[in-house]
Design a protein around this ligand. Structure first.
Ligand code: GAL
Length: 663
């Protein structure tokens, strides 16, 4: 990709043809160079089984091409046509509680059902054969949001596919019994045929069954993708993608997906009612970059409000631009919206668009046109890397496992801890990469493991090697507890990390809701961010080589270590036995770890002044409502051409992108 791809979902089938001409003219005015077409048009292009109507699609493809606008051609399999559901009611999705989903919307079918998969194969074959060599097609957009409303299906076909998946994975049912620990409650299976899908059941369902079910369901969607991809490959050389939902889809393990797509693309919508929601956006972008292993593209975000949150708060002036450029700063080489033109009818008519109901005399439209210009000026960013010295560990499987039933506390949440650490680093202007615990960590000065409950022995060994060879690792509580089947690692708690952390855990002591656990004065004087206290968790840490850096002064573990440090080889491993937050000690602790690790970062800036370095640029994004001044920087703003010699002012809510920045 030479230019930043700019555009959105385009649904011309919702409009009469004369509007298409206006669309294309306005797309050119806004600098749109790519649109996603045909994502939900199965019911239009195949009006009856085996009958095809290509008239509209042929025309619009031609029109776009004549106007120099590329097409990201969708396969419409996320919206099975009414005739298919009617003729084959057996493909309808059966949910966790055994209810069969009706039609009238999209998705809602069993991802493992052969009838559905055959129908998908057939429409994809037709589409790819017809448009595989069409000059407008720049990429393929397979399906839409795998796992959105059909994560898993509990019908008998799906259950049978699950049994097949298990038989392939374990070979022998005794291996499954062993891995799943089915001696517990005598849940032992004598044959794979005895395994059922884990739908609504009495409490205490085997967690290993639930984990494999999640892996199976994820793989069922990957199989549909791969099937479609193989068909397309016979007709077209264009790259393919499907739009992910990082990090807001818990159910798809996108690390397992990353190798299947040619381009990683992501949909991200702000959680509009959340305070400082720009931080969650950054996290989404950073995690998408980890899945991609480099640059990626935004497949969907919104120009302003969405229509599906409890209160759909519109973006404030300048916010769409800040959001967009934050994605680019964090690795996006394409910036697409849902959707080009606001729909008149249907479920999404109150969703913002590039071209709103109010037309071109609107702030949104003016911002869309201006953004097109900004992106042209930033095209040299394409393909470049984001600079990050720190990694946060992320693992979907650990997320799944941590939040299964019957954990030591309902307050144990994967994202709660990841976001606490991410937020504190973000506010200290530290750009992070996310990384899988088994990935190569050698290039990071510091690695943070906020919530690594499920940690394989291999991953633990890997982390040990990282520290031994000079890395700085910070691990939060309730990490290294279970293996990939949710079985406690043999021996004491955190045994797989014992050598690394220089400690083990004798007993967990989760605390009452709202309880604050004070840490000693030594911690307070070191981390100087006001009172230092923990929440949620306390535990009996037994030192075995580590030194206590801070101790609890109250609660069940008063006088015992709360934060520890252990030197291993050339590196250091830190451990935190409670939930610290940015304002209650985490900022100071992280600063100490970052200093020890030699992580450079800007100082003296307000928290909400986002600073990210990518390729030739340094992005300065001011999320505050006051002008901010960044001293010690110089360079020219790639967006305005203005050159700064001694420090850079960033107006309230604005973005400056310094080219050839120096300090
Ligand atoms: C996405 C979906 C789009 C549209 C959008 C609205 O999840 O892929 O088709 O529905 O949400 O925000």
């Amino acid at each position: 990709m030479q230019t930043i791809r700019y555009g959105g979902d385009y649904n011309p089938e919702q409009w009469p043809e004369e509007i298409w001409h206006e669309d294309v003219r306005l797309m050119r005015e806004a600098g749109v160079n790519l649109v996603s077409l045909g994502i939900f048009n199965w019911g239009i292009i195949e009006p009856a089984p085996g009958e095809y109507d290509w008239t509209g699609l042929d025309r619009i493809m031609g029109l776009l091409h004549e106007n120099g606008i590329g097409v990201d051609l969708g396969t419409p399999t996320a919206a099975p046509p009414s005739w298919l559901r009617r003729a084959h009611p057996e493909i309808r999705l059966v949910d966790f509680e055994g209810r069969v989903l009706a039609s009238g919307s999209r998705h809602g079918v069993c991802p493992s059902h052969p009838v559905y998969n055959e129908a998908c194969a057939s429409i994809v074959e037709q589409l790819a054969a017809r448009y595989g060599k069409h000059p407008a097609v720049q990429m393929w957009h397979l399906h839409n949001e795998y796992g959105w409303a059909n994560v898993d299906c509990y019908c008998e076909v799906s259950a049978a596919a699950f049994r097949g998946w298990l038989a392939e994975k374990y070979g022998d049912v005794d291996r499954l019994n062993d891995a799943w620990g089915t001696a517990f409650w005598g849940l032992v299976y004598r044959d794979f045929d005895q395994v059922e899908a884990p739908s609504l059941a009495p409490p205490g369902v085997n967690p290993a069954l639930r984990l494999d079910w999640k892996r199976f369901s994820n793989d069922a969607h990957i199989a549909n993708y791969k099937m479609q991809r193989a068909i397309i490959a016979r007709h077209s050389e264009a790259p393919a993608t499907t739009n992910f939902m990082v990090p807001n889809c818990k159910d798809m393990d996108y690390f397992r997906w990353s190798d299947t797509v040619d381009i990683v693309s992501n949909n991200h919508y702000l959680v509009a009612e959340r305070d400082e929601h720009e931080i969650e956006l950054s996290m989404s972008a950073d995690l998408t970059r980890a899945v991609a292993g480099g640059p990626w593209m935004v497949m969907e975000h919104s120009t302003s409000a969405v229509n599906w949150q409890p209160r759909n708060i519109a973006k404030t002036p300048g916010e769409m631009r800040r959001n967009s450029l934050a994605h680019v700063a964090r690795g996006a080489d394409g910036l697409m919206f849902f959707q080009w033109r606001a729909s008149r009818a249907g479920a999404e008519k109150f969703h913002s668009a590039m071209l709103p109901h109010g037309g071109t005399d609107t702030d949104v439209w003016r911002d869309v046109v201006a953004l097109g210009g900004d992106l042209e000026r930033l095209s040299s960013v394409v393909g470049s890397d984001v600079a990050a010295d720190v990694a946060i560990l992320w693992d979907w499987e650990s997320w799944w496992a941590l939040e299964l039933e019957w954990r030591p506390s309902v307050d144990l949440e994967f994202r709660e801890r990841v976001e606490a650490y991410y937020t504190s680093l973000w506010k200290q202007h530290v750009t992070v990469d996310f990384a899988h615990p088994e990935s190569d960590l050698g290039r990071y000065k510091a690695v943070v493991a906020p919530s690594s409950y499920l940690l394989t022995a291999t991953a633990a060994k890997h982390l040990h090697g990282y520290v031994e060879s000079g890395g700085h690792l910070l691990v939060s509580y309730f990490s290294g507890i279970v293996d990939e089947h949710d079985a406690v690692h043999p021996g004491e708690h955190a045994s797989v990390l014992r050598e690394t952390l220089g400690l083990w855990v004798e007993e967990f002591h989760p605390v009452h809701e709202g309880t604050r656990l004070a840490l000693d004065a030594a911690a307070e004087s070191r981390w100087r961010s006001g009172p230092v206290s923990g929440r949620i968790w306390s535990e009996h840490v037994r030192l075995d080589g580590a030194e206590a850096v801070a101790a609890f002064t109250d609660g069940p573990d008063a006088g015992r270590p709360a934060v520890t440090r252990h030197r291993v080889g050339a590196g250091t491993a830190w451990y935190v036995a409670t939930a610290l937050d940015d304002a209650t000690g985490l900022r100071g602790l992280l600063a100490e770890v970052l200093d020890a690790a030699g992580v450079e970062r800007p100082t003296g800036l307000p928290d909400r002044l986002e600073v990210v370095r990518r390729g030739p640029f340094r992005f300065l994004i001011n999320h505050t409502d006051q002008e901010q001044f960044v001293p010690d920087l110089r360079g020219a703003d790639a967006l305005t051409g203005v050159a700064y010699d001694r420090g850079v002012p960033v107006p309230a809510g604005a973005v400056v992108v310094l080219a050839h920045a120096g300090s």
